[in-house]
Design a binder for this molecule. Structure first.
Ligand SMILES: [Zn+2]
Length: 390
């Protein structure tokens, strides 16, 4: 996929080149040269499109031989070398371009960018870093160079530098980097937690929040620190905030959160919080936690009734299994009514579940399709051995 896109990016340059050759040849020597060069060029383009890199390389080397001045050919060649993993050749080629006289400023800095990418590919991160920093300081191609620097600092886990350059990138490009920067601060906070330095960890967490006020990871780290310091009240606040910022992370924090409520004997607060989150969370985990609380405080009959009513609105196999367990363990006041409810829940589960799945792409469907609606593969959508037990 990636290589396809990369080849396509080469086409405009190749097109311009073909046009250039065609035209220049025409001015100098007439028709014969035009057709020879454009034939060569189109053969090269064809090889590129068919991903026959060896043959494309041969053609481009020929073109470069005919016209040594054509910088675009050199760029295309450099690109090809790097794609093929011949990083040394790409480095030599781009170094020559950078050192060459008579290039425009734009071409020179473009060659530097390419050279920086070669260095990154070769694992020469120090050299790449120096080169990209020079480009940033010169103010040319700064956004592109900053992006490369950020990825270098990320792979070196040099978070302070990653933060500094992301801020600069945000300033120059206008593109918001707050979410990434908050993660860099969280990486630093984790490092400090690991080094038993909670004070510095908390400073980084505060900075993460100032970069991204909705940062879920900062909330989770804060709760973890609070737990380490046996501050359950603060941990409850931190974990509740995580769920409010992004309820999808609820299952990650719920076990710790419930343990905190328990230790502080704040079961009413727990009930209120769970009641609030089950309104906007589709999963069954908080529902089951709430059912347990209700059972402890109001008795088994109330809990059974509550769970049955909730499962009618949001049927789930796991929830139904819990309900059946309760029914088996505890005599039901109205068995006929409970059976009716269980049947309704089961019917809904059957209606909602996918009965067919594509073996090629995993697409789930309720009806059968000979051709997969998602990946268009023929004959790969088959009946599932799921709840229906086909
Ligand atoms: Zn499919």
């Amino acid at each position: 996929m990636m290589t396809n896109v990369a080849w396509l990016l080469l086409i405009p340059a190749a097109m311009a080149m073909g046009w250039l050759f065609g035209r220049r040849g025409g001015e100098i020597k007439g028709g014969a040269k035009i057709s020879r060069l454009s034939n060569t060029y189109f053969r090269g383009l064809n090889y590129l499109l068919n991903e026959q890199q060896d043959k494309a390389l041969e053609i481009f080397l020929q073109i470069a031989e005919v016209d040594k001045e054509t910088v675009e050919t050199q760029f295309a060649l450099g690109h090809l070398f790097r794609r093929r993993g011949e990083v040394d050749r790409a480095i030599r080629l781009h170094q020559n371009l950078v050192a060459r006289t008579g290039l425009s400023e734009e071409q020179k800095t473009r060659a530097s960018l390419e050279l920086g990418e070669d260095y990154m590919r070769a694992g020469l991160l120090d050299r790449a870093e120096t080169l990209f920093n020079d480009l940033v300081n010169m103010g040319v191609h700064a956004p592109k160079a900053l992006q490369q620097l950020i990825s270098i600092y990320q792979s070196e886990r040099d978070w302070p530098q990653a933060i500094a350059h992301a801020l600069k990138y945000e300033q120059i490009s206008g593109q918001a980097m707050g979410e990434s920067i908050a993660h860099y601060y969280c990486e630093l906070a984790e490092k400090f937690i690991h080094e038993n330095n909670p004070g510095s960890a908390r400073d980084q967490i505060a900075l993460a929040y100032s970069s991204d006020s909705q940062c879920v990871r900062a909330g989770m780290l804060e709760g973890k620190l609070d737990l380490l310091e046996n501050n359950d009240a603060a941990a409850i606040r931190a974990f509740e905030r995580v769920a409010r910022h992004d309820v999808d992370y609820l299952p990650e924090v719920l076990p710790d959160l419930m343990a905190c409520y328990e230790r502080r004997n704040e079961l009413m607060r727990a009930r209120g919080f769970l009641q609030e989150v089950i309104e906007n969370y589709a999963g069954v985990t908080p529902l089951l936690a709430l059912t347990e609380l209700i059972e402890r405080q109001d008795g088994e009959a109330v809990a059974q009734d509550f769970l049955a009513k909730q499962l009618l609105q949001r049927p789930s196999v796991r929830g139904e299994a819990v309900l059946l367990g309760k029914v088996v363990a505890q005599p039901v006041s109205d068995p006929a009514e409970m059976l009716k409810t269980l049947k309704q829940i089961t019917d809904q589960l059957l209606v909602r579940s996918a009965n067919y799945r594509c073996n090629n792409c995993g697409f789930g469907a309720r009806a059968h399709h000979w051709q997969c609606p998602s990946c268009k593969h023929w004959g790969s959508v088959k009946p599932l051995l799921n709840l229906l037990g086909s």
